[in-house]
Design a protein. Sequence first.
Length: 308
Amino acid sequence: MALPASGPISFNDINVELGDAGTTQASLGQASYRGLAGVASGAISLSNFYGKSSQFSFNITTANNVNFRTAAVAAGWDQSSLVVGTIPSGNTIGSTSTASPALVIAGSFPSGVTLINNGAVRGMGGAGGNGLGPTSGSTSYENINTAGGSGGNALSVSVPTTVQNNGTLAGGGGGGGGGGGTRLRYPAGKGFLYELDSGAGGGGGAGSNGGAGGLGRTSNNRGAPAAGNGGTGTATSGGAGGAATQVYFCPGGAGGGPGAAGSAGSSASPNGQTAYISGAAGGIAGSYIVGNPFVLWTANGTRQGTVS
Protein backbone atom coordinates (compact mmCIF):
# COMPACT_ATOMS: atom_id res chain seq x y z
CA MET A 1 0.00 0.00 0.00
CA ALA A 2 1.32 3.46 -0.91
CA LEU A 3 2.40 6.12 1.57
CA PRO A 4 0.09 9.15 2.09
CA ALA A 5 0.04 11.73 -0.69
CA SER A 6 0.04 14.62 1.81
CA GLY A 7 0.21 15.35 5.51
CA PRO A 8 2.57 13.83 8.07
CA ILE A 9 4.84 10.87 7.25
CA SER A 10 6.90 9.12 9.91
CA PHE A 11 9.89 6.81 9.85
CA ASN A 12 7.49 4.16 11.14
CA ASP A 13 5.32 4.60 8.00
CA ILE A 14 8.34 4.28 5.69
CA ASN A 15 9.69 1.20 7.48
CA VAL A 16 6.33 -0.57 7.22
CA GLU A 17 6.07 0.31 3.52
CA LEU A 18 9.50 -1.26 3.02
CA GLY A 19 8.39 -4.40 4.86
CA ASP A 20 10.44 -3.71 7.99
CA ALA A 21 9.35 -3.39 11.60
CA GLY A 22 8.11 0.12 12.32
CA THR A 23 10.71 0.65 15.08
CA THR A 24 13.68 -0.31 12.88
CA GLN A 25 16.52 2.22 13.16
CA ALA A 26 16.98 4.00 9.82
CA SER A 27 18.22 7.16 8.15
CA LEU A 28 16.85 9.11 5.19
CA GLY A 29 20.07 8.61 3.27
CA GLN A 30 20.21 4.82 3.40
CA ALA A 31 19.86 2.90 0.15
CA SER A 32 16.41 1.42 0.82
CA TYR A 33 14.99 4.85 1.69
CA ARG A 34 16.54 6.52 -1.35
CA GLY A 35 15.25 3.73 -3.58
CA LEU A 36 11.69 4.18 -2.28
CA ALA A 37 11.85 7.97 -2.55
CA GLY A 38 13.44 7.90 -6.00
CA VAL A 39 16.25 10.23 -4.87
CA ALA A 40 19.55 8.60 -5.77
CA SER A 41 21.84 11.21 -4.15
CA GLY A 42 21.88 14.67 -2.57
CA ALA A 43 19.30 16.27 -0.29
CA ILE A 44 16.31 14.15 0.71
CA SER A 45 13.36 14.92 2.97
CA LEU A 46 10.22 13.20 4.22
CA SER A 47 8.18 15.05 1.58
CA ASN A 48 10.01 13.03 -1.09
CA PHE A 49 8.09 9.98 0.13
CA TYR A 50 4.58 11.32 -0.59
CA GLY A 51 2.60 8.70 -2.55
CA LYS A 52 5.55 6.33 -2.88
CA SER A 53 5.09 2.58 -2.81
CA SER A 54 7.60 -0.21 -2.40
CA GLN A 55 5.57 -2.27 -4.87
CA PHE A 56 5.77 -1.76 -8.62
CA SER A 57 2.74 -3.03 -10.53
CA PHE A 58 2.28 -3.35 -14.27
CA ASN A 59 0.16 -5.23 -16.82
CA ILE A 60 1.56 -7.87 -19.17
CA THR A 61 -0.15 -7.59 -22.53
CA THR A 62 2.54 -8.80 -24.97
CA ALA A 63 1.20 -11.64 -27.08
CA ASN A 64 4.05 -14.17 -27.25
CA ASN A 65 7.26 -15.32 -25.54
CA VAL A 66 7.39 -12.87 -22.66
CA ASN A 67 10.38 -12.41 -20.34
CA PHE A 68 8.79 -11.08 -17.13
CA ARG A 69 11.85 -9.15 -15.95
CA THR A 70 12.47 -7.52 -19.33
CA ALA A 71 8.81 -6.48 -19.51
CA ALA A 72 8.91 -5.04 -15.97
CA VAL A 73 12.03 -2.96 -16.68
CA ALA A 74 10.48 -1.67 -19.90
CA ALA A 75 7.38 -0.65 -17.91
CA GLY A 76 9.50 1.43 -15.50
CA TRP A 77 10.41 -0.92 -12.67
CA ASP A 78 13.38 0.34 -10.60
CA GLN A 79 14.84 -3.21 -10.41
CA SER A 80 14.81 -3.19 -6.59
CA SER A 81 11.22 -2.95 -5.29
CA LEU A 82 8.68 -5.76 -5.12
CA VAL A 83 7.29 -6.21 -8.62
CA VAL A 84 3.77 -7.45 -9.39
CA GLY A 85 2.85 -8.31 -12.97
CA THR A 86 -0.78 -8.88 -13.94
CA ILE A 87 -2.13 -10.58 -17.05
CA PRO A 88 -5.52 -8.92 -17.57
CA SER A 89 -8.70 -10.90 -18.11
CA GLY A 90 -9.17 -11.80 -21.76
CA ASN A 91 -5.46 -11.54 -22.55
CA THR A 92 -3.43 -14.61 -23.60
CA ILE A 93 0.33 -14.97 -23.41
CA GLY A 94 1.44 -17.59 -25.93
CA SER A 95 4.48 -18.93 -27.72
CA THR A 96 5.59 -19.27 -31.31
CA SER A 97 7.81 -22.31 -30.65
CA THR A 98 7.41 -25.52 -28.67
CA ALA A 99 11.04 -25.03 -27.57
CA SER A 100 10.26 -21.70 -25.83
CA PRO A 101 7.88 -21.22 -22.86
CA ALA A 102 5.16 -18.64 -23.25
CA LEU A 103 6.26 -16.75 -20.11
CA VAL A 104 9.63 -16.86 -18.32
CA ILE A 105 10.31 -15.50 -14.82
CA ALA A 106 14.06 -15.45 -14.24
CA GLY A 107 16.83 -13.11 -13.11
CA SER A 108 17.19 -10.78 -10.13
CA PHE A 109 14.19 -9.62 -8.08
CA PRO A 110 15.68 -8.21 -4.86
CA SER A 111 12.33 -7.60 -3.13
CA GLY A 112 10.35 -10.46 -4.64
CA VAL A 113 8.10 -11.08 -7.61
CA THR A 114 4.40 -11.87 -7.96
CA LEU A 115 2.45 -12.99 -11.02
CA ILE A 116 -1.34 -12.46 -11.07
CA ASN A 117 -2.88 -14.31 -13.99
CA ASN A 118 -6.44 -13.24 -14.77
CA GLY A 119 -6.15 -14.35 -18.40
CA ALA A 120 -4.32 -17.32 -19.92
CA VAL A 121 -0.77 -18.53 -20.47
CA ARG A 122 -0.58 -21.29 -23.10
CA GLY A 123 2.31 -23.23 -24.60
CA MET A 124 2.41 -23.94 -28.32
CA GLY A 125 0.80 -27.13 -29.63
CA GLY A 126 2.94 -29.95 -30.99
CA ALA A 127 2.89 -30.71 -34.71
CA GLY A 128 1.09 -33.75 -36.04
CA GLY A 129 3.19 -36.61 -37.39
CA ASN A 130 3.30 -37.45 -41.09
CA GLY A 131 1.65 -40.56 -42.46
CA LEU A 132 3.46 -43.51 -44.03
CA GLY A 133 4.68 -42.96 -47.58
CA PRO A 134 4.65 -45.10 -50.76
CA THR A 135 7.05 -47.88 -51.67
CA SER A 136 6.79 -47.97 -55.46
CA GLY A 137 6.80 -51.74 -55.35
CA SER A 138 9.97 -52.03 -53.26
CA THR A 139 10.36 -54.05 -50.08
CA SER A 140 10.90 -50.99 -47.89
CA TYR A 141 8.99 -47.78 -47.38
CA GLU A 142 10.43 -44.57 -48.77
CA ASN A 143 8.79 -42.34 -46.14
CA ILE A 144 8.36 -43.83 -42.69
CA ASN A 145 5.59 -42.29 -40.64
CA THR A 146 6.61 -39.95 -37.80
CA ALA A 147 5.51 -39.46 -34.22
CA GLY A 148 3.57 -36.40 -33.10
CA GLY A 149 5.58 -33.49 -31.70
CA SER A 150 5.65 -32.60 -28.00
CA GLY A 151 3.64 -29.63 -26.76
CA GLY A 152 5.43 -26.52 -25.48
CA ASN A 153 5.51 -25.26 -21.88
CA ALA A 154 3.38 -22.42 -20.56
CA LEU A 155 5.27 -20.91 -17.60
CA SER A 156 8.94 -21.33 -16.65
CA VAL A 157 10.11 -20.07 -13.22
CA SER A 158 13.65 -20.18 -11.84
CA VAL A 159 13.41 -17.70 -8.92
CA PRO A 160 11.12 -17.63 -5.85
CA THR A 161 7.78 -16.40 -7.19
CA THR A 162 4.26 -15.97 -5.83
CA VAL A 163 1.64 -17.01 -8.39
CA GLN A 164 -2.03 -16.09 -8.07
CA ASN A 165 -3.62 -18.02 -10.91
CA ASN A 166 -7.18 -16.82 -11.36
CA GLY A 167 -7.19 -17.86 -15.01
CA THR A 168 -5.61 -20.66 -17.06
CA LEU A 169 -2.11 -22.07 -17.32
CA ALA A 170 -1.92 -24.73 -20.05
CA GLY A 171 0.90 -26.65 -21.63
CA GLY A 172 0.54 -27.21 -25.37
CA GLY A 173 -1.14 -30.41 -26.46
CA GLY A 174 0.93 -33.13 -28.10
CA GLY A 175 0.53 -33.71 -31.83
CA GLY A 176 -1.17 -36.85 -33.10
CA GLY A 177 0.98 -39.61 -34.55
CA GLY A 178 1.11 -40.30 -38.28
CA GLY A 179 -0.95 -43.18 -39.64
CA GLY A 180 0.61 -46.47 -40.68
CA GLY A 181 0.16 -48.33 -43.93
CA THR A 182 -0.37 -51.72 -45.54
CA ARG A 183 1.43 -53.62 -48.27
CA LEU A 184 -0.06 -56.46 -50.29
CA ARG A 185 2.30 -59.39 -50.79
CA TYR A 186 2.04 -60.34 -54.45
CA PRO A 187 2.15 -62.91 -55.79
CA ALA A 188 1.16 -64.95 -52.75
CA GLY A 189 4.19 -66.12 -50.78
CA LYS A 190 6.65 -64.10 -52.88
CA GLY A 191 8.80 -61.22 -51.71
CA PHE A 192 7.32 -58.43 -53.83
CA LEU A 193 5.42 -55.88 -51.78
CA TYR A 194 3.06 -53.34 -53.25
CA GLU A 195 1.61 -50.32 -51.47
CA LEU A 196 -2.07 -50.79 -50.74
CA ASP A 197 -2.85 -48.01 -48.30
CA SER A 198 -0.85 -45.02 -47.06
CA GLY A 199 -1.13 -43.38 -43.65
CA ALA A 200 -2.89 -40.09 -42.96
CA GLY A 201 -1.34 -37.21 -41.07
CA GLY A 202 -1.77 -36.68 -37.33
CA GLY A 203 -3.63 -33.68 -35.96
CA GLY A 204 -1.77 -30.77 -34.42
CA GLY A 205 -1.91 -30.25 -30.65
CA ALA A 206 -3.86 -27.44 -28.99
CA GLY A 207 -2.00 -24.32 -27.95
CA SER A 208 -1.82 -20.55 -28.11
CA ASN A 209 -0.51 -21.28 -31.58
CA GLY A 210 -1.99 -24.64 -32.49
CA GLY A 211 0.33 -27.29 -33.86
CA ALA A 212 0.30 -27.88 -37.61
CA GLY A 213 -1.33 -31.04 -38.90
CA GLY A 214 0.86 -33.80 -40.32
CA LEU A 215 0.91 -34.72 -43.98
CA GLY A 216 -1.04 -37.60 -45.44
CA ARG A 217 0.94 -39.64 -47.95
CA THR A 218 0.08 -40.76 -51.46
CA SER A 219 -0.76 -44.36 -52.30
CA ASN A 220 0.47 -46.66 -55.05
CA ASN A 221 -2.81 -48.52 -55.19
CA ARG A 222 -3.69 -47.94 -58.83
CA GLY A 223 -3.91 -44.18 -58.62
CA ALA A 224 -5.74 -44.06 -55.33
CA PRO A 225 -5.97 -40.56 -53.79
CA ALA A 226 -3.63 -39.43 -51.05
CA ALA A 227 -4.53 -40.01 -47.45
CA GLY A 228 -5.77 -36.88 -45.69
CA ASN A 229 -3.66 -34.31 -43.88
CA GLY A 230 -4.14 -33.75 -40.17
CA GLY A 231 -5.99 -30.68 -38.94
CA THR A 232 -4.33 -27.73 -37.19
CA GLY A 233 -4.91 -27.42 -33.47
CA THR A 234 -6.75 -24.47 -31.92
CA ALA A 235 -6.23 -22.77 -28.56
CA THR A 236 -8.51 -25.23 -26.79
CA SER A 237 -8.67 -28.41 -28.89
CA GLY A 238 -6.40 -30.66 -30.92
CA GLY A 239 -6.75 -31.03 -34.66
CA ALA A 240 -8.41 -34.11 -36.13
CA GLY A 241 -6.34 -36.89 -37.63
CA GLY A 242 -6.42 -37.09 -41.41
CA ALA A 243 -8.91 -39.44 -43.05
CA ALA A 244 -7.99 -42.79 -44.61
CA THR A 245 -8.77 -43.21 -48.32
CA GLN A 246 -8.83 -47.01 -48.79
CA VAL A 247 -10.58 -49.97 -47.26
CA TYR A 248 -7.91 -50.34 -44.63
CA PHE A 249 -8.11 -47.95 -41.71
CA CYS A 250 -4.89 -45.92 -41.40
CA PRO A 251 -5.78 -42.40 -40.20
CA GLY A 252 -3.44 -40.23 -38.24
CA GLY A 253 -3.97 -39.76 -34.52
CA ALA A 254 -5.83 -36.75 -33.14
CA GLY A 255 -3.87 -33.95 -31.54
CA GLY A 256 -4.13 -33.44 -27.80
CA GLY A 257 -6.27 -30.72 -26.22
CA PRO A 258 -4.78 -28.21 -23.76
CA GLY A 259 -2.12 -30.01 -21.77
CA ALA A 260 -3.06 -33.41 -23.23
CA ALA A 261 -1.01 -35.89 -25.25
CA GLY A 262 -1.91 -36.64 -28.84
CA SER A 263 -3.15 -40.08 -29.80
CA ALA A 264 -1.24 -42.62 -31.86
CA GLY A 265 -1.93 -43.05 -35.54
CA SER A 266 -3.74 -46.16 -36.70
CA SER A 267 -2.57 -49.02 -38.86
CA ALA A 268 -4.38 -51.59 -40.97
CA SER A 269 -5.39 -54.98 -39.64
CA PRO A 270 -3.02 -57.58 -41.10
CA ASN A 271 -4.14 -60.71 -42.88
CA GLY A 272 -2.43 -63.65 -44.47
CA GLN A 273 -1.27 -61.74 -47.51
CA THR A 274 -0.62 -58.30 -46.02
CA ALA A 275 2.36 -56.73 -44.28
CA TYR A 276 1.76 -53.57 -42.29
CA ILE A 277 3.48 -50.90 -40.25
CA SER A 278 1.83 -49.53 -37.11
CA GLY A 279 0.82 -45.93 -36.68
CA ALA A 280 3.35 -43.68 -34.94
CA ALA A 281 3.02 -42.53 -31.33
CA GLY A 282 1.34 -39.32 -30.28
CA GLY A 283 3.40 -36.45 -28.82
CA ILE A 284 3.52 -35.75 -25.09
CA ALA A 285 1.87 -32.74 -23.48
CA GLY A 286 3.74 -29.62 -22.44
CA SER A 287 4.00 -28.47 -18.80
CA TYR A 288 1.83 -25.75 -17.34
CA ILE A 289 4.75 -24.98 -15.02
CA VAL A 290 8.47 -25.71 -15.16
CA GLY A 291 10.17 -24.85 -11.87
CA ASN A 292 7.26 -25.60 -9.55
CA PRO A 293 9.53 -25.83 -6.42
CA PHE A 294 10.16 -22.08 -6.80
CA VAL A 295 6.44 -21.20 -6.74
CA LEU A 296 4.15 -20.25 -3.86
CA TRP A 297 0.61 -20.76 -5.16
CA THR A 298 -1.98 -18.41 -3.64
CA ALA A 299 -4.66 -19.44 -6.17
CA ASN A 300 -4.57 -22.52 -8.39
CA GLY A 301 -7.10 -21.61 -11.09
CA THR A 302 -7.15 -23.90 -14.13
CA ARG A 303 -3.91 -25.79 -14.70
CA GLN A 304 -3.55 -28.18 -17.65
CA GLY A 305 -0.57 -30.31 -18.57
CA THR A 306 2.37 -31.76 -16.71
CA VAL A 307 4.31 -30.13 -13.87
CA SER A 308 8.03 -30.14 -13.13
